[in-house]
Write a protein that binds this ligand. Structure first.
Ligand code: RIB
Ligand code: CA
Length: 308
């Protein structure tokens, strides 16, 4: 990527410990211009995900606008992942009192306003359930012309992590995911095929710990993060979506038809990825199928090193 290329993004997130790493990478990679952060219910409630974004912006002293999003999926009841991220969603580090405030407008209105007012197309990066994004596309379809693409962490070409077949972000709001994949927008899917390989291993974690104040904070969070273990490696799901923006060449991708299973007794929330084109349907997503893990680790650690 040329030094001068800057990517304007809106980040929709449900922090979440891996979200926190992704937010840090988005804030400190020089190629990313983070225009707005919107919060969604997912890992924990939207009250907590919103508070967690504000805690992180206070920690990094960054004035990115934050808008609170939906508190539950479009149709189903909220499933959370507090067993992975802790009760607060960012267990392990005491951030102290929150000083920043979210915007008074809803996340969907905030996204619409930023998109409509932008002089160039904006990339939507979704690293939580897709409820806010689906509502934006449904309520304000006129925004689509200002959306460069949607880069999302979610789904899988094979197995799931929340159910045998479904990945958490898709499973929480499969109806929202279907709306997004049927939107006609350019979609990049960073699913478990790549994120489950994108692990920080013990030597990386020890290096991060000593790096700076950010490394020390993340190390404390990692003690409570249950996507992997400190011994076998911690899975960096959400940072993969940020990596794709600035290091697309470390990913192997395939354009495929993707749809979302909405009615299977055991398969609800499965991303059905037609890798071999057997369904004869038009491709609607660029699916990441492999990642150069060494280059991912180098990028992530070097980017976090730029933080205070
Ligand atoms: O399946 C992994 C995804 O679910 C990540 O976005 C993680 O933060 C959780 O939201
Ligand atoms: Ca997330």
């Amino acid at each position: 990527m040329s030094m001068k290329e800057i990517i304007k993004i809106i980040l929709d997130t449900d922090p979440g410990i891996d979200d926190a790493v992704a937010i840090g990478a988005a804030l400190f990679d020089e190629h990313i211009d983070l225009q707005l952060i919107t919060t969604v219910a997912g890992n924990v409630s939207v009250d907590k995900t919103t508070r967690n974004v504000l805690k992180l912006l206070d920690f990094w002293d960054k004035d990115v606008p934050v808008a609170r999003g939906v508190s539950k999926p479009l149709v189903r009841k909220l499933e959370n992942a507090s067993h992975i991220h802790g009760h607060s969603g960012l267990d392990g580090y005491e951030f102290g009192n929150i000083h920043r405030m979210p915007l008074s407008k809803h996340a969907v209105e905030a996204m619409r306003d930023v998109l409509i007012e932008s002089d160039q197309p904006i990339t939507l990066v979704a690293i939580g359930p897709l409820t806010n994004i689906a509502l934006l596309l449904t309520l304000y379809p006129e925004c689509k012309k200002n959306i460069e693409r949607i880069v999302l962490m979610g789904g899988s070409t094979s197995r799931g992590n929340y159910t045998p077949n479904a990945e958490f972000n898709i499973y929480v709001d499969p109806e929202a995911a279907k709306i997004v994949f049927e939107s006609g927008l350019k979609i990049v899917m960073c699913g478990l095929d790549v994120t489950s390989k994108a692990m920080l291993i013990q030597e990386n974690i020890e290096e991060i710990k000593e790096m700076n104040r950010t490394g020390n904070m993340l190390y404390s969070l990692f003690q409570h993060y249950r996507a992997g273990t400190l011994k076998t490696g911690l899975i960096m799901h959400d940072p993969c979506a940020i990596a794709y923006l600035v290091k697309p060449d470390i990913f192997t991708t395939q354009d495929c038809f993707v749809d979302i299973e909405l009615c299977g007794a055991y398969t609800l929330g499965t991303t059905v990825v037609d890798i071999r084109g057997q369904l004869n349907k038009p491709n609607n997503a660029t699916v990441c199928v492999d990642i150069d893990v060494a280059k991912f680790r180098t990028w992530l650690i070097n980017t976090l090193r730029k933080a205070p």
